[in-house]
Design a protein around this ligand. Structure first.
Ligand SMILES: Cc1ncc(C[n+]2csc(CCOP(=O)(O)OP(=O)(O)O)c2C)c(N)n1
Length: 453
């Protein structure tokens, strides 16, 4: 019984999603457990044949964390135990009747730029594909390690991963200096890494440790490292748009040449902050890039059901700024769109709205059920459009980068992710006596605050 959150002491099995003897691949959903707070899907941490022993707790029976529920065995072990080995996945969940086959690719290709800015896909001399590859792999592997850690109860609070969307943060941040600022969301791990937060600092923050980028006080949704321009991630949908606009206003007043970037999801695009932020940035010609990561769902709500206009980018026209639709799973395309937008902002020509069409291939948040609102076919389709594999295939087919180089990067990053988890696990907790540091509040009519260290 895995620990799901700090307060959980006991849990019960709601449902096994696999049968005894069935081969389960690492990362597949294995069972649903009920904790003190929620029903969570638990994925297999490794591959193997499922054994549910006769003394495994029955459904609905509450047992302490740490209780053995089942095991994933090798084929020899499974045969020795007399399990009815099942390799074919006949019980795999079928596509939900509501969801349909995605047609997005054509839509993206047709949409193209919608206002003034001419987009080209011509590679720039300055684009470093190997670095882009490395950064995307870093985000992917660190996210997967964090997801596993969440399942083991090491991550406190929610954990929204960026798996499938890596190309966007990677390509946009490739154009930013350390002085440029980014403002992000609940799904901000990838933005933080791409802007310069280390894997160690990120993992430690999610583990609540003092070595985290926010001293272990913020967790997954409150990442903060102004030294590298990460001005904050936030669980409140929308305000990052206003904060980035404010930062753009500061830069315009100070004439310091910085640009600011707001990363946000399609869910924020019907929020009042979107209208206010884009309108003000356009009117005052502010150096801001609005990056809408349209992964097509706000939690379980399809974008098509909340906007008659399928392209968020077309809304830019209403504010008098360029709006660009780009394939968010093509890192080169995003890189080019961001290059034009950042250049425009730095030269004083004002903001741009980039809509990167993409997809998250994991659940909205780790442990949440991911069924009913989208089909397995749809998820598989988008997995096949993995931005990392796409760039890898391009690099290999172009003959510019040897496969061995890419393999080496994969291994180095795997090691980096492992090291980050080990570092976070070994790090200390913040000292309880500092709990009020950085906290302000009203006392007897006066604003008082703890120490700022
Ligand atoms: C102002 C506000 N309203 C509602 C929520 C609840 N909420 C959390 S995540 C989420 C969906 C956000 O979707 P989107 O912006 O598309 O980002 P994604 O999760 O798809 O990356 C919602 C509605 C919130 N956190 N803040």
């Amino acid at each position: 019984m895995p620990r799901q959150g700090w307060t959980m002491e006991t849990g019960s099995i709601v449902e096994w999603l696999k049968r005894p003897g069935e081969f389960v691949r690492q990362g597949e959903q294995l069972l649903i457990i009920q904790s003190d707070k929620a029903a969570n899907e638990i994925e297999a941490l490794e591959s193997g044949y499922l054994d549910i022993p006769s003394d495994s707790p029955a459904l609905g029976v509450e047992v302490p964390i740490g209780t053995v529920l089942g095991a994933l065995l090798t084929e020899a072990e499974a045969l020795a135990r007399g399990l009815p080995i099942i390799v074919a996945d006949a019980h795999a969940p079928k596509a939900s009747p509501r969801a349909s086959t995605p047609k997005l690719v054509t839509a993206v290709a047709k949409a193209g730029p919608v206002t003034a800015t001419a987009m080209t896909r011509t590679p720039s001399a300055n684009r470093d594909d190997v670095s882009l590859y490395r950064e995307m792999v870093r985000i992917r592997k660190v996210e997967e390690a964090l997801a596993r850690s969440h399942q083991q109860g090491l991550v406190h609070g929610a954990c929204h991963t960026y798996v499938g969307e890596e190309a966007i943060a990677t390509a946009v941040c490739a154009h930013l200096t350390i002085k440029d600022t980014i403002w992000s969301t609940h799904r901000g791990h990838g933005h933080a890494l791409a802007k310069g937060v280390t894997a160690r600092e990120l993992a430690a923050e999610l583990f609540g440790r003092e070595t985290g980028c926010a001293g272990g006080r913020g967790g997954s949704m409150h990442l903060f490292k102004p030294e590298v321009g990460l001005m904050g991630t936030s669980g409140i949908v929308g305000p990052c748009i206003l904060l980035a606009t404010g930062a753009g206003y500061t830069s315009a007043l100070l004439k310091d040449g910085r640009v600011s970037v707001a990363f946000f999801g399609d869910g924020a695009s019907n929020n009042g902050a979107f209208h206010e932020g884009l309108n003000l940035a356009a009117v005052w010609n502010l150096p801001v890039i609005f990056v809408c990561e349209n992964n097509q769902y706000a939690t379980e709500v399809p974008y098509a059901t909340v906007s008659k206009q399928p392209d968020v980018a077309r809304k830019a026209d209403g504010y008098g700024m360029p709006g660009v639709v780009v394939d968010g799973n093509d890192v080169r395309a995003v890189w080019e769109a961001a290059r034009v937008a950042v250049e425009r902002a730095r030269e004083g020509h004002g903001p741009t709205l980039i809509e990167a069409k993409t997809y998250r291939t994991r659940a909205h948040s780790e442990g949440m059920r991911d069924a009913g609102y989208r089909s397995v076919d749809e998820i598989d389709y988008w997995k096949s459009r993995c931005p990392i594999q796409y760039l890898r295939a391009q690099l290999v087919s172009e003959g510019e980068v040897p496969v061995a180089t890419l393999d080496t990067i994969d291994h180095e990053i795997e090691e980096e992710a492992r090291d980050a988890i080990a570092f976070a696990t070994a790090s200390g907790w913040p000292d309880g006596s500092t709990a009020a540091d950085h906290v302000v509040g009203w006392k007897a009519g006066e604003l008082v605050g703890g120490a700022v260290r």
